[in-house]
Design a protein around this ligand. Sequence first.
Ligand code: PLP
Length: 361
Amino acid sequence: MDLEDTLLMMPGPVSVAPRVLRAMSKPMINHRSAEFAGIYTDCREILSNIFKTDNDIFLLSGSGTAGMEAAVGSVVGKGDKVIAIENGKFGERFKDIAALYADVVPAVFEWGLPIDLELIKEKLEEGAKAITLVHNETSTGILNPAAEIGKLARKHDALFIMDGVTSIGGDDVRVDEWGVDIAVVGSQKCLAAPPGLSIVSVSEKAFEAMKEVTKRPYYNDLLAYKKSGDKPKPETPYTPAIPLFYALQEALHIIKEEGMDARIKRHRILSEAVRAAVAELNIEMFPQLNESSHYSNTISAMKAPAGIEGEDIKNDMRKQGVIIAGGQERLKNKIFRIGCMGNVTSRDVLSTIQQLEIVLN
Ligand code: PLP
């Protein structure tokens, strides 16, 4: 396969711009220097705008899952109750991580089905220190009701920890307005940087909670990130993945140049185009929606048509140089997924749909 002539339409990693790739070849610098502090500060400022928050922002060397673990592990400990909402694979992952650090109260819905807010309300009424939600459940293509969960969490004084790994940078995320105490994104998704960094925003309330937790993760301790990030020359507690910081900074400048509103609009239009095109091909969308959930604007999950396995569609597309995703775990072969993340263009979507039509006929 010609890697330089491949169309990546999967839910991350996504294609990165040549200028982002070039940024990674710059010389190494001291990570405790004014140069590094400048890059870190610049990234944090642009990210604040993308997250729509005044909360502290930290860049962790590690993929999105590192950010998920940092978030949960830093604020809860054994004996603390964490309501873990699951309606897909990444909700399940949050639940598994929470179980390592605290006492989990599972709120499990069938993968692909919407969340029942009444049930979440009942669980919160019984008391919990934190609640976890995956905003954009990549495994099923459903956009979960983050604003509503935020409102409920605030009312019941629970910390709201949100996985925005595949929504932040591509969809409308309002960390402060929704009351998200910790939000997480991965560099390789809508931010269109290479994989390897996760970015988290942390509220004052979350920092207060951390001070009471005695067994926080060592490497991904968010209080350690706070201490280093608050220095006059901000830094990270341990040696960061410097080339990835170079790349992320460049990718963030691309976002700034496009503007977040335009970027969100582009993601919406292209995802709508995918949905309209597959409907024309008589393919059904996989998620079932209710009034508070929506189709994802960054990843579309479709049912594999009768008689065709999702993996076959994925593999046949791959042979044509278009990389899409199949279903994960229990959804393997049942669905296939087309990502519209990062710097995807209408030409990319048209090529993907054209190939899909050929593969299905
Ligand atoms: N959360 C969501 C919603 C994701 O889509 C993913 C990855 O696809 C992750 C978490 C995990 O991220 P990573 O693979 O970067 O650790």
